[in-house]
Design a protein. Structure first.
Length: 463
């Protein structure tokens, strides 16, 4: 588990080659393991004021809630303070900064319309907590691969998501780089929040658009972040942006987690398995990396002992279950229906409707299950419009597949019934013909059961 003593921070900022003053602000608090990048906007140096206010207010609010952070543990559902409370601290801090900047702008006409982007990363225990507004970015480098884990709130990105225009057409839009969310422009702002389980060796890069605007693909960051000299890496990234034009202020913060032990290795394997199992489910198959992280944020891992009931037949449930390790048995009454192992899932319909469980599921051996609750699923749908469309569309696909399977099962059952009816008809016809062919003086006997017309089974005497 990373501690603030094992986390290294490196930061650098530069005015760039075009601007005459730096409206970026950043903060690194090593004791809190808090990093913030803010890129201000507004005339008469108001952007610099906005970004400075945001960094200061958020830092103050997080420090005031140090007791909440200290109470946080990695015990999951048994924790006194959970991840929602930590994210709440960050979101409240951003909203207070937003209100403060807005008030300052109303009080001074020279600062009207000022605002700032904001990307903050707080590491507590084995988790990273993110608050994000605007088009600054946070990248994660894990196992040599870099991924952007925040979403740009820009006109360009909105047009891409809606799919109405091609990239070539969007490139011709005059205001394509305008941001759609900023801290301080209005009294409140919609804040993206995210929890991510961190691992030893992970690296985070917080970057203003003066840097990432020159990064065409995330893979370009990988050789820089693999350099062991963090200070040199931060400097090299600034030089890269200046070399390519330096048209905006440039800021970079690099956060590096130290090495772990065997427990961390085991946790890393389990985290990777958790992600793989979720991605193989039809419901989550089309999600990108950031969206998958959002689902993993609300999917908890619960342990079950042998013989422990996971769900009870007839009870109303609201969880989807995926077997992470071990095995569970599905039964109805005294009848065993199935055994589920790693990767198999059950209960997905409970995410959208409250219906009694159709069977009892019991752990056959020590097992770990990924559990996703309906309330958490609905919260994701409410906050993430694009993700909600993907998930609901996939749900329609799951329902369509089930309907097709049901139709096939009914068709097969109908064919079996028709086959039995035809067989019965054949036996009746044979019986009638037999009667018609008898001599007139032959005694009549009532036809026996259908089986009497079939060859008798071979007995011991026949052998």
């Amino acid at each position: 588990m990373p501690s603030s003593d094992t986390i290294q921070f490196y930061a650098a900022t530069d005015v760039g080659r075009v601007r005459d003053h730096n409206e970026d602000n950043f903060l690194v608090d090593k004791k809190l393991a808090l990093s913030i990048v803010a890129d201000g906007m507004g005339g008469h140096a108001a952007g610099e004021v906005a970004s400075a206010i945001a960094v200061r207010i958020i830092h103050e609010e997080v420090k005031k809630n140090r007791d909440v952070i200290d109470k946080y543990t990695d015990e999951g559902v048994s924790a006194r303070i959970g991840s929602k409370e930590i994210l709440g601290v960050l979101e409240t801090a951003v909203q207070r900064a937003c209100a403060k900047i807005h008030d300052e702008a109303k009080a001074d006409t020279n600062k009207r319309g000022m605002g700032t982007t904001l990307s903050a990363l707080l590491i507590v225990g084995s988790y990273g907590f993110i608050a994000h507004v605007g088009d600054s970015r946070i990248y994660l480098l894990r196992d040599g691969s870099a991924q952007q884990i925040t979403e740009d709130h820009t006109v360009y990105n909105e047009l891409i998501k809606r799919g109405k225009l091609t990239r070539e057409q969007i490139d011709k839009v005059a205001q394509k780089n305008a941001i759609t969310r900023a801290v301080g422009v209005y009294e409140r702002v919609e804040v993206d929040t995210l929890t991510i389980e961190v691992l030893p060796g992970d690296q985070f890069l917080l970057a203003s658009d003066g840097l990432h605007g020159y990064i065409a693909h995330t893979a370009e960051l990988e050789p820089y972040l693999e350099d062991e000299d963090g200070d040199a890496t931060a400097t090299a990234l600034l030089e890269l942006a200046n070399r390519k034009g330096g048209k905006d202020n440039i800021t970079a913060i690099i956060v590096r987690l130290g090495k772990g032990d065997e427990r961390d290795d085991s946790r890393a394997r389990r985290l990777q398995l958790k992600r793989e199992l979720l991605s193989k489910m039809p419901l989550f198959a089309r999600l990108n990396e950031r969206e998958m992280l959002r689902i993993m944020q609300v999917a908890e891992v619960v342990s079950y002992d042998p013989g422990q009931v996971v769900v009870q037949e007839g009870d109303r449930g609201d969880e989807l279950f995926i077997v992470l390790s071990g095995e569970v048995r599905v039964s109805r009454g005294e009848t065993v229906l199935n055994d589920f192992g790693p990767g198999e899932h059950f209960g997905e319909m409970a995410l959208i409707r409250a219906v009694p469980r159709s069977a009892t599921v019991t752990a056959s051996e020590p097992s770990e299950l990924i559990v996703l609750h309906r309330s958490d699923f609905f919260e994701v749908l409410r906050k993430e419009a694009e993700l909600a469309v993907k998930l609901l569309w996939q749900f329609l696909g799951v329902l369509a597949d089930r309907l097709d399977q049901t139709s096939r099962d009914l068709s097969s059952a109908r064919e079996e019934l028709n086959a039995e009816d035809i067989t019965d008809a054949i036996f009746v016809e044979d019986a009638v013909e037999d009667v018609e062919e008898r001599p007139s003086d032959a005694p009549l006997s009532a036809p026996g059961p259908r089986d009497s017309y079939l060859p008798a089974p071979m007995g011991s005497e026949d052998a």
